[in-house]
Design a protein around this ligand. Sequence first.
Ligand SMILES: Cc1cc2nc3c(=O)[nH]c(=O)nc-3n(C[C@H](O)[C@H](O)[C@H](O)COP(=O)(O)O)c2cc1C
Length: 271
Amino acid sequence: MSMMDIVKSRRSVRTFDGQDLTAAEKEDFLRYAETVPNPYGMEIVWKLLSAKEYGLSSPVISGTDLYFAGKMKLQPGAEEAFGFAFEKLVLYAAGKGLGTTWIGGTMDRGAFERAMELKEGEIMPCVSPLGRPAAKMSLRETLMRKGVKADSRKSFEELFFKESFDRPLSREKSGDLGEALEMVRCAPSAVNKQPWRLVVTPGAVHFYEKRSKGYISAQGWDMQKIDMGIAICHFCCGLEEQGRTWSLELKDPGISAPADTLYIATLRLVD
Ligand SMILES: Cc1cc2nc3c(=O)[nH]c(=O)nc-3n(C[C@H](O)[C@H](O)[C@H](O)COP(=O)(O)O)c2cc1C
């Protein structure tokens, strides 16, 4: 399967078939997690957790005992790094036919944080179930998907711009960046808000967060910056699929941005 096929066919899976993963599958997943890079170069500790063993629960998930979670030091860029790396795991699992769901809200957070042995100064933004998708979604899952319009995404022109925010970019005019931008467009986000806005300039793509109220945690980290890490991950996967190389820069290009729209990072296209 190509990365584009994986991105297009992935969806959040909340209803699982009750079968456990084999020991070899668990080991393979953990091994991948331990090597997964993030362009911020930050360390993230990953664990596979048994719900029964640690008393974990999420009211939206059924049919699996297995979850994965990551923790890291709270520092500038932590959310983006976490979003990038966690999404790599989500796409890896999807490529193996396994189901996941990003969960940042609907869980017993205290139980997960205890299972992860979270220390002062560390964060565990999100967790995910891991298992084989059930043949049929639960009624709750179907209703949840409707509630956030999970099957739809904003248009190209609403998300992507050429050189300034007053020049929307269409798929037709996006040239050889079209595929990578489409991969960003399809990405998952908290409450399907799709806060990413991208401005394309010659040789670079600048990522901005269109912020909504209510996404800052009690610890001070921003759930929508996790979404930004996911967008960067999808864009990089798209570039890599075309054999292109990139580098991440944190240098605001000074483009005038609308209210509540925050500069996050620049992807410099190396070739
Ligand atoms: C950072 C983040 C947090 C999320 N938190 C939850 C959550 O707490 N509960 C839940 O059921 N889904 C959660 N989701 C899943 C989104 O609702 C889902 O990705 C979005 O509706 C798009 O649907 P799709 O993943 O099926 O494409 C979260 C997604 C992201 C990226």
